[in-house]
Design a protein. Structure first.
Lengths: 107, 250
């Protein structure tokens, strides 16, 4: 692409950068209400169950991957990539539970 | 949760306040500033711009000295990254077609990785530990694959996708498909945000315990996790592009 395109793109990015604060509205924090004891219990249980279930799922997937790599050492590369992708997808569910736990704790 | 600020936050905002005057209370309220904080640009915006500058500072000199006979070390490393991404694109999207998406996917990968890796430096903050940045990335990816799908297949055929394989089931399939597409935006953004926020916070806690050897395993996990999260983001984006672009043969 020509140099002019690059300059135009740079100018647009600069404008977007300056405009970003106007659009990046974060919710104004209201005064925190009373902390409820049940918040802590809820958050602890949420992350505990999510971590346990996530670890079980991860264990099964790693076991299956190790079996497959043992049976077919030549296919270890693609199996490894598939394993990493699968683990990251399972972890993302645990992360959702962590986010909910933070939201519960924050009132 | 108290967040540290990067080394650019104070100076840059002081400069902007000196040049433009302090921002109004309404602006500060919209930006979510706590009581007493006065700034023009929040930390994640500054850090995201800084990430772009860092990448430009590394890549542009290589671009100026591109050479086929005597590539420099940096050029060879970048070519390695590029060839890896290229083969990944060909695998996931399809041979030949995949390479056309290389600019977008490559930019996403490098930007997300750089942003994530900022979490490991004490004077920087990762911009991806803020939902604004991650939702911006995920909405961009969402718009990208939809626009690519519409351009490749035409609006009517692309919308027909939502009806599923059997058109009679459309009243059931269309809401499910729409919800699943919207869930993709959420899941991409929250996955990246949660992982980076979690790692950054955990590393901070380990630092608070004992600053010298104890944080190292966590930081190693941080490097690994940053790479993996960038990889997962582009992998899923490529899978969504493939779903939007593949033309079903009847």
């Amino acid at each position: 692409m020509s140099r002019r395109f690059a300059v135009v793109a740079l100018v647009l990015v600069t404008i977007a950068l300056v405009a970003a604060p106007a659009m990046a509205q974060e919710a104004g924090a209201a005064a925190a209400p009373q902390k409820n004891m049940w918040q802590f219990v809820g958050a602890a249980f949420a992350i505990a169950i999510a971590a346990a279930a996530g670890a079980l799922g991860d264990g099964r997937s790693i076991a299956a991957a190790c079996d497959a790599m043992g049976r077919n050492p030549g296919g270890a590369g693609p199996i490894r990539i598939t394993l990493i992708i699968g683990l990251a997808l399972i972890e993302s569910l645990v992360i959702y539970a962590l986010i909910i736990a933070f939201m519960i704790l924050a009132g | 949760m108290h967040h540290e600020h990067s080394f650019l936050f104070e100076p840059l905002n002081k400069l902007l306040i000196a040049v433009f005057g302090p921002p109004s209370q309404k602006y500060l309220h919209l930006m979510g500033a706590e009581h007493g904080q006065v700034f023009w640009l929040p930390d994640h915006v500054i850090m995201a711009a800084f990430a772009v500058l860092v990448i430009a500072a590394i890549v542009i000199p290589v671009r100026k000295r591109l050479s086929v006979e005597e590539p420099s070390h940096l050029q060879q490393s970048l070519e390695l990254v590029l060839s890896g991404l290229s083969s990944l694109l060909d695998d996931v999207i399809g041979p030949g077609l995949g390479k056309t998406f290389m600019p977008f996917i490559g930019a996403l990968a490098v930007f997300i990785f750089t942003c994530n890796i900022f979490g490991l430096f004490f004077f920087l903050q990762p911009p991806t530990d803020n939902t604004s940045t991650t939702f911006a990335l995920s909405i961009t990816a969402f718009l990208f694959y939809n626009i690519v799908g519409v351009r490749k297949q035409g609006l009517f055929r692309y919308l027909r996708h939502f009806a599923g394989p059997v058109v009679l089931l459309a009243p059931i399939m269309v809401p499910i498909e729409i919800i699943s597409h919207l869930a993709r935006v959420l899941s991409l953004a929250l996955r990246l945000f949660g992982n980076i926020l979690g790692e950054h916070t955990a590393t901070g806690i380990f630092f608070g315990l004992f600053p010298f050897v104890i944080p190292w395993p966590m930081m190693g996990l941080g490097i690994f996790g940053s790479l993996i999260q960038a990889f997962i983001f582009i992998m899923l984006t490529m899978a969504y592009i493939q779903g939007a672009v593949v033309v079903e043969e009847h």
